[in-house]
Ligand binder design. Structure first.
Ligand code: GLA
Length: 409
């Protein structure tokens, strides 16, 4: 991965209640003290959804909330993993025998993916590591986790990986709200089906333009090879792809390949049995969303007087495209976005993969307190389960720093 390695920071544990608690749990579990602690921040994607794996730049920021890990190196080949949440069971294995179960992914598999990744290749290790669990992710999460800096969002570009500061306008806060619907990306095929739809759209567009379609994997490759603008790509999508879903037979016919070839050479393991794919809608989303990301950055750089309104409008368009074209929303997210807009957000959208998870809303700072109060009342208060999660589910956040190693001072 390009960019700086995570830094290390000496800390006084007495001033860090969460680290202190983690140290105590560690000692209780393993009988000795951790040698160091690792912090990885959460992230929120401000704009640019489902386009990283198509090769396009995204615009996330790391947030202040994080995950902490306590570590003690040992002199044998056994990795022992424990989670402070007792729902997640202890696990241990030899580093020489890492087995990752993709059909029933468990929390510790993510740790094993990292280990396996280190053993295979150091470059762009985290993005590739996620693929061992079966998810064909694009690298946004891992890149912002490493490349984030306090006080700024980042434009993350891929191949080669690059991060550029994007200063968010003052006068607006970013509020994260959890829909309290969970979608496990690795245990379901929703996410990979979208990746495959983009891959198939890439192949069909490439073939129709006389490009070497077998080598083309991402929608961005088509644009780069043709040397045209994103707007022109949208016109090409309209000309080449039809809005009706494509059957596997039609795709095979267009590409002149057999169903076996389609399955073994193009589709991922968990999309082998999918029988129809929407290519027109998915490609439209990707090219238009990629253009919105660049527009968002431009507005942040130029900072016109109505920047907040303009950015809010882009976030709203992004959300509509995710919902209508990419079909990665869900009724709870739709309701939450409606509520956020109703109570003063200038822009609101699902963030991350979708089908559950969180929304991110841009709220003028002077409206923040009433906004939080009203959203709490409208979405969380009348639902026991949501209310139980509410403290960690609705909060304003700022661009935070990236991954870090803590050592006890
Ligand atoms: C998940 C993936 C990212 C990205 C988003 C959608 O968060 O991990 O790589 O594809 O979904 O934008």
């Amino acid at each position: 991965m390009a960019g700086d390695a995570p830094s290390s920071l000496p800390v006084q544990l007495v001033e860090q209640p969460r680290l202190l608690k983690l140290k105590e749990s560690f000692i209780a579990k393993f009988g000795s003290a951790p040698k160091f602690y690792v912090r990885a921040p959460g992230r929120v994607n401000l704009i640019g959804e489902h386009i990283d794996y198509c090769g396009y730049a995204v615009l996330p920021m790391a947030i202040e909330q994080d995950i902490l890990i306590a570590v003690e190196p040992v002199n044998n080949d056994v990795v022992q993993l424990a989670n402070t949440n007792s729902l997640y069971l202890d696990f241990s294995t030899s580093v020489n025998d890492i087995q990752i179960n993709k059909t029933k992914p468990q929390w510790h598999n993510y740790f094993l993916c990292g280990l396996k990744g280190i053993q295979v290749e150091l470059a762009e290790i985290c993005t590739k590591s996620e693929r061992y669990i079966g998810t064909e992710g694009g690298g946004m999460d891992q890149s912002i986790s490493f490349l984030a800096e306090e006080g700024t969002a980042k434009l993350i570009e891929f191949s080669p990986l690059r991060a550029t500061d994007v200063r968010l306008p003052s006068g607006a806060a970013f509020v994260i709200a959890n829909s309290c619907v969970e979608m496990n990306k690795a245990a379901t095929s929703y996410y990979n089906i979208r990746v495959m739809e983009c891959r198939l759209a890439t192949k069909l567009l490439s073939k129709s333009k006389g490009l070497d379609w077998k080598k083309m994997l991402r929608l961005q490759d088509v644009q780069a090879k043709l040397g045209v603008s994103l707007e022109e790509m949208l016109t090409i999508v309209e000309e080449v792809l039809h809005p009706e879903p494509y059957s596997t037979e039609e795709i095979c016919k267009c590409l002149g390949i057999s169903l076996e070839d389609l399955r073994s050479q193009i589709l991922s393991q968990n999309t082998q049995d999918v029988s129809t794919f929407k290519l027109h809608q998915r490609a439209k989303h990707v090219y238009s969303e990629a253009a919105r990301v660049l527009e968002f950055k431009k507005i942040c750089n130029e900072a016109p007087a109505n920047a907040i309104q303009l950015l809010g409008e882009l976030m709203n368009q992004s959300y509509i495209s995710c919902r209508e074209m990419y079909e990665c929303s869900c009724p709870e997210l739709d309701r939450l976005v409606d509520i956020c807009l109703q109570f003063g957000a200038v822009g609101s959208r699902l963030t991350g993969a979708g089908w559950g998870g969180c929304t991110v809303s841009m709220v003028p700072t002077d409206k923040l307190n009433t906004f939080l109060k009203n959203v709490k009342k409208a979405y969380y208060q009348n639902d026991v389960q949501r209310l139980a999660l509410e403290n960690n589910s609705l909060f304003a956040t700022k661009p935070g720093r990236g991954a870090l190693v803590f050592v006890e001072a």
